[in-house]
Design a protein around this ligand. Structure first.
Ligand code: FAD
Length: 440
């Protein structure tokens, strides 16, 4: 039995690993020249760094379990997180209950309300009862107008933009609160975030070599142009390599991990109902400027920017979690934004976007000067965050597609949790098991 897999991100590689473990011959095709997809790395000096900031929570048991299986669990290191919010020209720490009590932009009643509402969500096990309400409506109703305006409203707009912020189903927010609390110890005073020694690249490159050691192949710089369907059954892939060569490969089954808007383009017309489920889910894109600085910018790892005059929504200072000595003493800061792909900021090139952002960095750190920047990078992710509305459990596209022997595993099928490498690993392995069952 031979299975073709489209995409060498977390889902594709986890599926390939599971299939190879079960004696299936796998071939993974990846259009990029590297593995890891959204969690891939590039080199800063000689040290690998994620194109988009990444960390794990202690509750990410699927990816942590996989790391144990492939003998790299010892690479995982846990760090206390330093989370803050930038509001009214000031950075406020927001990690401990004491930080919350000291959070001046809210009066004491609202601070308590914010804490109580967070705890209610943390203890709520049943996300289904939250399915028919949007995050926007729920927060306004239960946390109140001021908490919404100061803390969660800007975050919601930051993640989903002015066009979609009020469409997001409440299970998304429930999932966020749950994962963050699951990564806290019993005394709640610290949150632990995980980062593998050697970067996330360590996970995906080790997975690649395990797959190859079991006889599988991971072929990079080779995009899939077409899924060949004969008599309703997926039988092969038409490939397009970067060198321009075209090739047809036959398979007994195919798994695609492409985003939902790409998948139908690889196929002949599919039944309307399934296609509608795919096209109904849109995505936010992400755009990142990565600054390599000669000194620290802030003293927090994760800074939510709740100031709408600033054109980015997060400042993630990687070297406030990982020691800067790993990067030759340089300090690494991601300026993060989630935008729709037609947003003007998303269209800008590196220099244009950096000049757009530069004047705002002084608002966060008055001493900042652009001479601190030794180098910078620009990175875009098209399908970064699916926009999941209310009552989604009834609309999730199934992993088993209308075509025989063709399967789909992408981030729109992760629910109720928000997308993340842990869930893509879980999903990849789950779909591999469905496929094994179907192949008998
Ligand atoms: C800015 C940012 C920060 C994030 N932070 C975190 C974090 O801190 N922790 C965390 O766990 N998760 C984080 N995530 C989410 C996480 O990276 C993703 O959820 C996960 O990596 C998705 O894996 P995937 O395999 O499902 O999809 P992808 O990584 O998107 O993989 C799909 C692959 O398919 C390939 N492909 C597409 N079309 C074709 C084709 N036609 N032919 C061949 N190949 C094709 C793509 O190139 C890609 O490599 C973050 C994401 C972003 C964007």
């Amino acid at each position: 039995m031979k299975v073709g897999i489209i995409g060498a991100g977390a889902a594709g590689l986890a599926a390939a690993y599971e299939l190879a473990l079960n004696g299936i011959e796998v071939v993974v095709y990846e259009k990029a020249s590297f593995v890891g997809g959204q969690a891939s790395t590039f080199n800063v000096g000689s040290t690998p760094l994620e194109r988009g900031y990444h960390h794990l929570f202690t509750s990410d048991t699927d990816i942590l379990g996989l790391m144990s299986e492939i003998d790299i669990a010892h690479q995982m290191e846990w760090h206390e997180s330093k989370v803050g919010i930038f509001y009214g020209g000031q950075i406020y720490n927001l990690v401990t209950p004491m930080d919350l009590l000291k959070f001046k932009p809210l009066n004491i009643i609202d601070r308590i309300r914010l804490g109580v509402v967070t705890m209610i969500l943390r203890w709520k096990k049943d996300w289904r009862s939250l399915e028919n309400i949007t995050t926007d409506a729920w927060i306004k109703r239960w946390a109140g107008k001021r908490v919404y305006e100061v803390v969660w409203g800007p975050l919601l707009r930051g993640k989903f933009g002015d066009r979609h912020y009020n469409e997001i189903g409440m299970p998304w927010f429930w999932g966020k609160i749950h994962t963050r609390f699951a990564s806290r110890g019993k005394n709640m005073s610290k949150e632990l975030l995980g980062y593998p020694k050697g970067s996330f690249g360590e996970i995906f490159e080790t997975l690649q070599s395990k797959i190859e050691n079991m006889g599988g192949k991971v072929i990079l710089s080779t995009g899939v142009d077409r899924i060949i369907v004969e008599n309703g059954r997926a039988v092969g892939l038409k490939l397009e390599s970067l060198s321009g060569g075209k090739l047809i490969e036959k398979f007994d089954a195919i798994l695609s991990t492409t985003p939902s808007f790409i998948f139908p383009k690889l196929l002949p017309k599919m039944p309307d109902e399934y296609e509608k489920r795919l096209t109904d889910v849109q995505y936010m894109s992400a755009v990142l400027i990565i600054l390599i600085l000669d000194r620290p910018f802030t003293n927090v790892y994760w800074l939510n920017v709740a100031d709408r005059s600033i054109p980015f929504v997060g400042v993630i200072e990687h070297t406030n979690m990982i020691d800067s000595s790993l990067y030759g003493g340089k300090h690494i800061v991601y300026l993060s934004n989630y935008l729709t792909a037609d947003h003007p900021l998303y269209q800008l090139d590196h220099d244009q976007l950096l000049s757009e952002y530069l004047p705002h960095l002084k608002k966060i750190n008055q001493d900042f000067d652009k001479s601190w920047i030794e180098k910078s990078y620009h990175h875009k992710v098209g399908a970064a965050q699916p926009i999941i509305g209310i009552n989604y459990s009834q609309r999730i596209p199934s992993h088993v597609t209308p075509f025989d022997r063709l399967y789909l595993a992408n981030t729109t099928q992760i629910y109720p949790e928000d997308r993340g490498t842990n869930y893509s690993v879980r999903m990849g392995r789950k779909v591999a098991k469905i496929l094994l069952r179907d192949l008998g």
